[in-house]
Design a protein around this ligand. Structure first.
Ligand code: 1PX
Length: 215
């Protein structure tokens, strides 16, 4: 359907633009990062309302970053690198304790960054999976290796339950609306390394500035 093709268009755009960004150097453009998440959220919504609590949280975080981009300081938020510098220089980050800036760009992006690691692990499993492998298992394993470390028990429980509602591998590949299973696998072969690079760049930047545990 229309929704599906729109979502996958955004997904492709996400990947292609990250390719050009790699070409330009190691800056991560916030506009594309946010556009990528918006595409993923659409895709997630098309999988059903069980995922609503997940997509709502991702959407509100994406919105926070968009608001920064549209604000009078918007140009400071052009890239992840410039955002980190701007917020740190101006002491706009709650470095130790949640307090004055519970919705800083840095802490908000950190949540999406952790979710990006889940995406990387999940898509890599999907890429190398066999016909009758279960998406719910791939999703759970990827989650347990990444995001779950940052979530309290109740969220882990709710997420674990939602995973059961994922369509099987053939249905999931179809929802992605990329083409035949072989075409999806080929696309993932290009996409996963790019996602991985974006993840690593952000991880190193956050590590350098000691931002990986922001409350
Ligand atoms: C091509 C296939 C991709 C399919 C689309 C997948 C899009 C997934 C988007 C997931 C974004 C999750 C963002 C979560 C951010 C987060 O960790 N938030 C928590 C902490 O926030 P706080 O502001 O309180 O510090 C918040 O507590 C989270 C609440 C919602 C539950 C998050 C569960 C995440 C499960 C991730 C797996 C998604 C399953 C998608 C199945 C394809």
């Amino acid at each position: 359907g229309l929704l599906y093709s729109f979502a996958s268009f955004s997904l492709q755009r996400f990947l292609v633009e990250k390719k050009t960004q790699q070409h330009y150097g190691r800056e991560i453009y916030m506009e594309h990062y946010v556009a990528g998440w918006k595409g993923l959220i659409k895709l997630l919504n098309s999988l059903g309302s069980v995922f609503g609590f997940i997509s709502k949280d991702a959407a509100s975080k994406t919105q926070i970053l968009m608001n920064f981009l549209d604000s009078k300081n918007g140009s400071e938020y052009a890239t992840v690198q410039s955002m980190v510098k701007f917020e740190l220089d101006n002491e706009l980050v709650d470095v130790n304790k949640k307090g004055i800036y519970p919705e800083s760009g840095c802490r908000t992006l950190l949540r999406l960054h952790r979710a990006l690691r889940w995406l990387e692990l999940f898509l890599d499993r999907l890429r190398t999976s066999k016909e009758d492998d279960k998406t719910s298992v791939m999703c759970r394993e990827a989650y347990n290796e990444s995001l779950a470390h940052h979530h309290p028990f109740m969220i882990r429980k709710a997420a674990g339950l939602a995973f059961y509602s994922l369509p099987g591998r053939p249905g999931f590949l179809e929802v992605m609306n990329v083409g035949s299973p072989e075409q999806v696998v080929a696309m993932l072969g290009e996409a996963v390394p790019l996602i991985s690079e974006v993840y690593t760049i952000t991880e190193e930047l956050y590590q350098k500035h000691n931002l990986l545990d922001l409350p």
